[in-house]
Design a binder for this molecule. Structure first.
Ligand SMILES: [Zn+2]
Length: 1131
């Protein structure tokens, strides 16, 4: 019991917060002590341990104690009155205490700030720092020698280590060389009971007390306070208590605001100290390990044990996503057992900086990560760095496996693990045969030579995938088609940019070239034994075939090397060059991609892209481009696909996002921006292939049915709005408007939206006529080709004429045939409404004869041909009568609905609903007859059936409510009643059936969730507020079974906004005018009462985050039922 009493008394003593100024430690007041009024050298923070104190306990010290013991220390001014002090030395600090039981030192001296340790007479020695000298006396010379030598050694070790100090005592700016500060707050604070202020520094997970700022700059302080188990509480407006296990420190800040900041910073410090554990402390002892190897975030507490890098939580998450075969991610905090002494030592030996000498040797500053990088950047970077080995330092032996293995077997006998790492990640085989039957494997050999750290490294890399060898990249390195070709070519000096200027023959020199086993080399002549240059085909990014006559040698091609260099070769003989192109092309692409090079392409090569669900994981794809055709072999596919660029739904250059986006048949492909010179060529080639309004028909933007988008747009518009317009196609319209409209359609027809309006009908009609009249070569493919059509009119028998027209139609190129078909079909429909529009076949033929034949109208036969084409439309174009009738019925329905709508101003009780397939575009609208009871799922089925799209596994088709004006869209839940939605559509809204690209990810997310609610920070804006520029600000967003609530801050108790879950409609997208901070936004329509409709704009930081919020909304609103359990029936 007595023991307990003692302990209690000691504890009370500790918490009494009493301390006295240690007069004996009095010392001269240094100059420039304006800011501080502490007159004493130090402060006695009387607080002793109640139980036996083991200083070597790592709970108390970050570093193990090297030496401790009693020494005499003089007070300043050389009064030579020695006082006994308990002195303790570790790697980072020399400190002394009132006695061995004290927790808080009287003085703490950072080792890096010690400039010298000097023996002086009489068992004394001096520890010299920049601003003062400490004189100690040992009890005898032996003890003194021990102290002096151990001090010198510690200082030397400290200097040898790459950085000067663990804590930056010696650093005046508080910034490290790396630019990363560990100090979260510093400044003067009044300590209650003390006459003067103290300079308090919160550094990492400790708090340091100095008498003033200058002391801080000199690295000599009073004490440091370990913050584990500490608590921080404000006690008054400006004052707060810091309570540790031993003592309460009461501070007073200058202002209430300051107090808040201190409390916050100290609380963060406490949590840092709690989370740091033994392993982390050990790993961080190497200073380079105090920053994430990838993004530089401080105190990374994760690591990849095979790549030998210490990582922050965010980067570790990305590493984990690469799979164990690439990066074995372990926590410093939670996976303690992994951290054997050897592994610890390995990480101390290597350290992030040294390892990055390998991994990041060739990293352009523009691609560097920082702690605030978003997840997409992180993903891209980490993949490039470790999966592809993009930035690594290539070993001199790279590519020579035997030599690499030999070097590995030699290196593992030494302590140079960094070299081993460099060899292994450049292709040396960890499991190779050493050649020594006694020690057959590198591991056994390393063991034999006592290289335990080499063993450790090799063990973690037994089955690591090599950088650049991932399935997608694999094909790059393995051009497996055995091709060889030799011959003379003319070559210019290589350059670092695309060759734009014409090179004359004088710029070329004759070279003997050889392509063999994936290597392309060139020599001075056939007889030269040493090559003048060589490149591996696996390093060639792109082969470009130049147009004839571009350079002095009529036929030429360029090779774009991975290094950024461009090589130009030429010859006069087209055959020679063709053979070379064929050979190089084959050696370039993977075997399954042979189709890529078996046509008259203009360029072939590889590009990095992301697509679909693997949005965050870029792959390599092979592409070849010629005219409007883009062939592609994507990752994991064994067949070359092909894109008709004229039918490309969208091409957008997102320079900021570093991508070019291609949308083809509803599928998006993000091609990564590349700084190397071949990329611009790809981009401009693709842009040229898109089709242009001033080109002949076959080089126009086209619909899926090969009709120019301009023609398709105009016909659809007239069909909807002009069929009953009297004198349609005969009236002339407003010339200036026609010219402007045609110009914008020619520029980019897909972007043009034809607006409604009575007079617009005639303008659009005239745009169509003018386009057909002016388009290069015309619909009949030139004057010569049009003559047989006109001759047909001389044939007497109509039946014979029809078969002649049929034959002529088949002789037309596909686009001309499709265009003529579309125009005649349209004219057929127009004349069906002749009662209203007064345009019968004959009248239409008079107008369209000269238009389609591009003549002045003096030849009557042109009108006759067109009239006969309309008249015999079904026969000549082989149209099914039923199909034609259905088309006419639908047109009537649409017109009727429009009329009723116009008369009543209310939605007509339609049972036919216009739904677009994949996107809103003229020609993609399907009219579907549905009843009130039809669900969105049934509507989707019907549309897919009509669109001839068989349902495929993994395709999630939804019906989207798309609002063009608001730039937002919402997938209908599969059980929603489609017709009700259709009736409620506003003018700018329509229904589109397309793939729901988030559904799969949402289902996966939901499946992995236990708690259905979600909360997190999100950027928010609302409809209210100032016009024009809108600002998004952070809100805490809480979404649970009852409501969506937005809070201004984490501590807010009252939500700023609240809306019940059932009253929410969630749309993908935010209108661009609001300048959302990222492209991952959603618009939440909150309709609590009929008249109270609010739009809230919520913006996420990543696509994943967006998907998670969307999934949570759907999950809550539909009780987990996001998607029909059984797959859709086929019909
Ligand atoms: Zn990081």
């Amino acid at each position: 019991m007595a023991n307990n009493d003692d302990a209690l008394r000691a504890m009370q003593n500790c918490f009494r917060s009493q301390f006295s100024v240690d007069e004996a430690e009095y010392e001269d007041i240094e100059k420039n002590r304006r800011t501080s009024s502490v007159d004493e050298d130090s402060i006695y923070l009387g607080c002793t341990l109640s139980r036996s104190f083991k200083p070597e306990d790592s709970d108390f010290h970050h570093s193990p104690v090297i030496k401790m013991g009693w020494l005499d220390k003089t007070p300043p001014q050389g009064t030579l009155i020695f006082q006994k002090r308990w002195v303790m030395l570790d790697e980072q600090y020399l400190r002394y205490f009132q006695n061995e039981k004290e927790v808080y030192s009287k003085r703490v001296i950072a080792i890096p700030s010690v400039t010298e340790v000097v023996n002086v007479g009489g068992q004394k020695f001096e520890v010299v720092t920049r601003n003062r000298t400490f004189l100690f006396r040992a009890e005898n010379n032996t003890v003194r020698e021990e102290w002096v030598s151990v001090l010198k050694e510690t200082i030397q070790q400290c200097r040898n280590s790459m950085d000067m100090s663990h804590m930056n005592f010696s650093d005046t700016s508080g910034q490290r060389a790396s630019g990363v500060s560990l100090i979260s707050k510093q400044g003067y604070l009044e300590m209650i009971g003390l006459r003067s202020k103290l300079y308090v520094v919160i550094c990492s997970d400790r708090v340091f007390l100095y008498r003033n700022a200058e002391e801080h700059s000199h690295g000599v302080g009073i004490t440091s306070i370990e913050m584990n188990l500490g608590t921080v509480k404000s006690t008054d407006k400006r004052s707060f208590n810091l309570t540790t296990f031993y003592r309460t420190f009461s501070f007073v800040a200058e202002s209430e605001q300051q107090m808040g900041q201190w409390v916050e910073a100290l609380q963060a410090c406490v949590s840092r100290s709690l989370s740091s554990n033994v392993v982390a402390q050990k790993i961080w002892a190497e200073e380079a390990n105090q920053r994430c190897a990838d993004c530089g975030a401080t105190y990374p507490d994760w690591a990849s044990v095979n790549l030998c890098v210490v990582l922050c939580k965010c980067c570790a998450g990305v590493h984990r996503g690469l799979g164990q075969s690439v990066s074995k991610v372990r926590s410093l905090k939670m996976d303690e057992k992994v951290w054997t002494e050897n592994l610890n030592q390995l990480f101390l030996l290597l350290g992030n900086d040294r390892v990055n000498l390998f991994w990041a040797a060739n990293m352009p500053p523009s691609e560097m990560l920082c702690p605030s990088s978003d997840s997409e950047e992180r993903q891209r970077f980490v993949t490039a760095k470790y999966c592809q080995g993009k930035y690594r330092r290539y070993h001199a032996l790279f590519g020579q496996e035997e030599a690499l293995n030999k070097a590995l077997c030699n290196t593992i006998q030494t302590g140079d693990v960094l070299e081993t790492l460099s060899l292994v990640f450049c292709g040396a085989d960890v499991n190779c045969y050493t050649g020594d039957p006694e020690l057959p494997s590198p591991v056994s050999m390393a063991q034999h030579y006592g290289q335990t750290l080499q063993v450790e490294f090799l063990t973690h890399n037994h089955n690591t995938e090599l950088p650049g060898s991932r399935a997608g990249d694999h094909t790059v390195l393995e051009a497996a088609l055995p091709v060889s070709h030799t011959g003379y070519l003319f070559k210019t000096a290589s350059s670092t940019r695309a060759v734009t200027e014409r090179k004359s023959k004088g710029d070329f020199s004759r070279r003997w070239c050889s392509l063999n086993q994936g290597n392309f080399s060139y020599y001075e002549s056939e007889k030269s034994s040493s090559q003048s240059g060589q490149m591996k085909m696996s390093d060639v990014l792109c082969l470009v075939v130049n147009p004839q006559g571009k350079h002095g040698y009529g036929h030429s091609f360029e090779l774009y090397h991975d290094s950024g260099r461009v090589y130009l070769f030429g010859e006069d003989s087209p055959d020679t060059v063709r053979e070379w192109i064929k050979a190089i092309g084959k050696a370039l692409v993977p075997p399954v991609g042979e189709d890529l090079v078996c046509w008259s392409f203009e360029r072939v090569g590889r590009l990095r892209y992301t697509a679909g669900q693997s949005f965050h994981c870029p792959h390599l794809g092979w592409f070849s481009l010629g005219g409007s055709r883009l062939l592609l072999l994507l990752h994991g596919e064994d067949q070359v696909d092909n894109i008709d660029l004229r039918k490309l739904q969208e091409l957008s250059v997102q320079q900021e996002a570093g991508a070019v986006v291609l949308v083809n048949r509803g599928r998006r492909l993000h091609v990564e921006w590349d700084r190397r010179p071949d990329f611009q060529g790809w981009l401009s080639g693709i842009q040229q292939g898109l089709g242009r309004g001033d080109s002949p028909l076959d080089q126009q933007q086209l619909t899926e049915t090969d009709v120019p988008v301009i023609v398709d747009r105009c016909i659809s518009y007239i069909t909807q709005h002009g069929l009953k317009s009297e004198g349609i196609y005969r009236r002339c319209g407003v010339n200036s408007k026609i010219t402007a409209l045609l110009l914008s359609l020619r520029h980019d027809a897909r972007q043009v939206r034809l607006s409604e309006g009575e007079d617009q009908v005639d303008n659009v009609a005239n745009v169509l006529k003018r386009f057909l009249r002016e388009v290069g070569e015309g619909v009949f493919n030139g004057h010569q080709a049009s003559l047989p059509w006109l001759h047909t009119t001389t044939v007497s028998e109509m039946r014979e004429r029809v078969s002649k027209y049929q034959a002529l139609l088949h002789s037309l190129p596909p686009v001309n045939r499709a265009t003529l078909g579309a125009v005649i079909n349209h004219l057929y429909c127009v004349q069906c409404f002749a009662d209203e529009n007064q345009m019968n076949m004959h009248n239409l033929a008079i107008v369209f004869g000269p238009t389609l034949f591009q003549t002045d109208g003096t030849d009557n036969s042109v009108g006759q041909v067109v009239e006969e084409l309309i008249q015999n439309y079904q026969d000549i174009f082989n149209v099914d009568a039923e199909q034609l009738q259905r088309q006419l019925d639908m047109i009537s329905h649409v017109i009727k609905a429009q009329e009723e709508h116009a008369e009543e101003g209310t939605p007509s009780p339609l049972t036919i609903c216009g739904v677009y397939l994949e996107r809103k575009e003229e020609g993609s609208e399907l009219l579907v007859q549905i009843s009130q009871a039809v669900s969105a799922e049934e509507l989707v089925c019907e549309v897919l059936r009509r669109g001839n799209i068989p349902p495929q596994q993994g395709d999630y088709w939804s019906c989207f409510l798309v609002n063009d004006n608001q730039e937002m869209e919402r997938p209908l839940h599969y059980q929603e009643r489609a017709l009700a939605i259709y009736f409620s559509l506003g003018k700018d809204c329509h229904l589109v059936v397309k793939r729901n690209c988030y559904m799969e990810a949402m289902l996966i997310y939901i499946a992995g969730k236990v708690d259905v609610s979600r909360n997190g920070l999100i950027k928010f804006s609302d409809e209210k507020g100032q016009k024009g520029k809108r600002t998004f600000s952070r809100r805490l967003c809480v979404l649970d079974g009852t409501s969506l609530r937005l809070y201004k801050g984490v501590k807010s108790t009252q939500p700023e906004r609240e809306c019940p879950v059932h009253a929410l409609k969630v749309y993908y997208g935010i209108k661009k005018r609001l300048q959302p901070p990222s492209c991952w936004g959603m618009t939440v329509v909150c309709e609590q009462a009929e008249r109270d409709k609010q739009l809230w704009y919520l913006c996420c930081e990543s696509e994943n985050e967006l998907i998670e919020w969307l999934a949570t909304f759907m999950n809550l609103q539909h009780d987990g039922d996001l998607w029909p359990a059984a797959s859709r029936p086929d019909s």
